[in-house]
Design a protein. Structure first.
Length: 629
């Protein structure tokens, strides 16, 4: 017996014109995106606040603790050799001038110190390179895991090009922070040690150097502030440029067909002037620092040398001590090394801030509750509401899909169909309300079992795997060859697959696919992993009517029995379903058989843009294909 359509009140406001909510749409979303999250070692990271970047860098340092400790020790010993060498050279010079025994032993010591310093620097460079690579890789994995754990909706707030920049260049640059900090310790030991050694040689020389220390400190602080701002702006523009380039490459055929290559090139390269401005500014800051350091350091050395010459003439210093003092003054004023380390840390911190923004994405929480064994696949939405971009896409949706039945979801563009499909299989979570599968809230269900029991097919599927057969088998588990071929037959894909050069073993790169063939492979993948619930999100839109009917029949007779939720735009798809859920303005306006809903003029108007399909239900019932429900 036909059920009576359920029609709520029609007082709900319509969404803005042209608004088409999509589960995988661009930025928008709720405030949960700003929640605190944890990285793998327990370090918290916030969205863009400074502490999140600092804590991420600390986490990276702890991840590379052993290697960074080794680098710190190696660079410290290198600094020790550098500090010992001026004293040894000065003493050797005094012995050579006849102020003591033979200088050969001290000459050998000088040679040993020089050789040790060169060897240690080479070893430090090697360990630093491998540690940077490991830390960058760890940050990339960390960001990628959080990106995938956040779900499609939250991840989509970053454009693909921007994500590539954050997970490659920015992560690699942030990964250099632990080694930069480790070698930076030695960079600080060298000038401090030089100053202490200078004081041991002569307090007057140390006092002369300290007179210029405030200017040195102010200069370094100004450099850090200016460099941080310019580097952050430069990296942001880099990400924007990469995003535009990826978009252009993705639409290369459309650009070529429209003849707008020049205009698209100009759009992609539009951020270049700002990138150039920030790059010039960045190098101007660095160059200004080098010039200022190049002026300040010689002035300090000249002052120390002048006072040292006076002290030498007075007999308070030997020639060797003056030589050592000059070298120690140069070490104490080692601004170049400090500037280099400081510049690297500034760039690493700016890059870590961009990487940390990925870790601020809220991961979808899961439970451990198992689904009932042999459950029929009953899907229930209770008061589900979803907000996207400040607009309520779904509003208090109540819908029950009985186990083992097929329900088609129809509605005008922007009604919330794809968002409902995403909520049904937990590709996204509702802002309020609850979704249950066989009585178990999806937020409490075991994620491994959930992904085995809920299958998806999309309008534009993305294929993964090395071969065509591997693309069909890709999923929570890998079905065997016969199961893959059976799923391909059900999706009307087996025939064109066997025409490929190596059949199911054909590499994806060597298999040119039309839109319809791509959809059929996506359907085959979903059929091969069909569980108790199968969600088809407009997954037959690129199929011709005959193929769609064939797939509909196979879905009933050849695919594992279960519950089906179809996002439908064609009359034929709605007609073959057991029931139709009619969405309007984010609410369920009515639920019932297609034949009964078809009597309503507003329902027929939903399919007004597809006149070629309007007679198909009648034709199919006439020749018996309507039984495919």
């Amino acid at each position: 017996m036909a059920t009576t359509p359920r029609t709520p009140g029609a007082t709900d406001p319509a969404p803005p014109d042209g608004h088409r909510p999509r589960d995988e749409g661009r930025a928008g979303g709720d405030a949960r995106a700003r929640d605190n999250v944890r990285v793998d070692d327990g370090t918290r990271a916030r969205d863009t606040a400074g502490p999140s970047a600092d804590r991420l860098l600390l986490a990276a340092a702890r991840h590379s603790a052993g290697r960074t400790t080794a680098i710190c020790l190696l660079s410290t010993v290198t600094a020790g050799c550098a500090l010992a060498l001026p004293a040894a050279l000065g003493h050797t010079l005094d012995l050579t001038l006849g102020h003591g025994p033979s200088p050969y032993l001290w000459t050998a010591l000088c040679a040993a110190l020089i050789g040790a310093e060169v060897l240690l620097e080479a070893l430090t460079a090697f360990v630093t390179g491998t540690t940077n690579a490991r830390a960058g890789s760890w940050l990339r994995r960390l960001g990628a895991r959080r990106l995938l754990a956040a779900g499609p909706h939250h991840a989509s707030r970053f454009t693909p090009g921007d994500l590539v920049t954050r997970l490659t260049g920015n992560a690699a640059e942030a990964g250099t922070a632990p080694t930069t900090a480790a070698t930076g310790l030695a960079a600080l030991i060298t000038p401090l040690g030089g100053l202490i050694a200078l004081a041991f040689i002569d307090l007057w020389l140390a006092a002369v150097f300290l007179a210029g220390a405030p200017a040195l400190f102010l200069f370094l602080r100004a450099f850090a502030r200016s460099s941080s701002d310019s580097v952050s702006r430069y990296q942001r523009v880099q990400g924007e440029l990469a995003a535009r380039l990826v978009e252009a490459l993705g639409g290369a055929r459309t650009v070529a067909a429209a003849g707008t290559a020049r205009r698209e090139r100009d759009r992609v390269l539009a951020p270049l002037p700002e990138l150039s401005t920030q790059g010039r500014r960045m190098w101007q800051v660095y160059g200004r620092a080098v010039v200022q350091g190049g002026i300040l350091v010689p002035l300090l050395q000249t002052a120390v040398l002048a006072v040292g010459g006076v002290r030498l003439a007075a007999g308070d210093l030997s020639v060797g001590e003056l030589l050592a003092a000059t070298r120690y003054a140069a070490l104490a004023a080692g601004v170049g090394s400090v500037i280099g380390r400081l510049n690297s840390l500034v760039r690493s911190r700016a890059a870590a801030r961009r990487t940390a923004e990925l870790l601020a994405l809220p991961a979808m929480p899961y439970g451990t509750r198992p689904l009932p064994p042999d459950g029929p696949g009953r899907l229930e939405l209770r008061g589900v509401s979803v907000t996207r971009g400040g607009c309520e896409v779904l509003r208090g949706v109540d819908l029950v899909v009985p186990g083992g039945t097929t329900t088609a979801v129809v509605g005008r563009s922007g009604a919330g169909k794809s968002v409902l499909a995403a909520v049904a299989g937990r590709l996204t979570d509702p802002g309020s309300g609850q979704v249950l599968l066989d009585g178990v809230p999806l937020t409490e269900a075991d994620p491994v079992q959930l992904r085995r029991e809920i299958g998806y097919a999309f309008e534009r599927p993305a294929l993964f795997g090395d071969t065509v057969g591997g693309a069909v088998a890709f999923g929570a588990y890998a079905p065997d060859g016969p199961a893959v071929e059976a799923a391909a037959r059900a999706a009307s894909a087996d025939r064109f697959i066997r025409l490929l050069p190596r059949g199911y073993g054909t590499a994806l790169a060597d298999a040119p696919l039309s839109g319809g063939e791509l959809q059929r492979l996506g359907l085959a993948r979903a059929f091969a992993h069909a569980g108790r619930l199968l969600v088809l999100d407009d997954a037959t839109s690129s199929l011709d009517s005959v193929t769609e009917v064939q797939v509909g029949r196979a879905l009933v007779g050849e695919v594992r029995a279960g519950t089906r939720l179809l996002i439908a735009h064609r009359v034929s798809s709605a007609a073959r379903a057991d029931r139709v859920a009619w969405l309007e303005n984010g609410r369920v306006r009515a639920v019932g058989p297609h034949e009964e809903l078809w009597q309503l003029a507003d329902y027929r108007a939903v399919f007004a843009d597809e006149p070629e399909d309007s007679a198909e239900p009648e034709a199919e019932r006439a020749d018996g294909t309507g039984a495919a429900r």
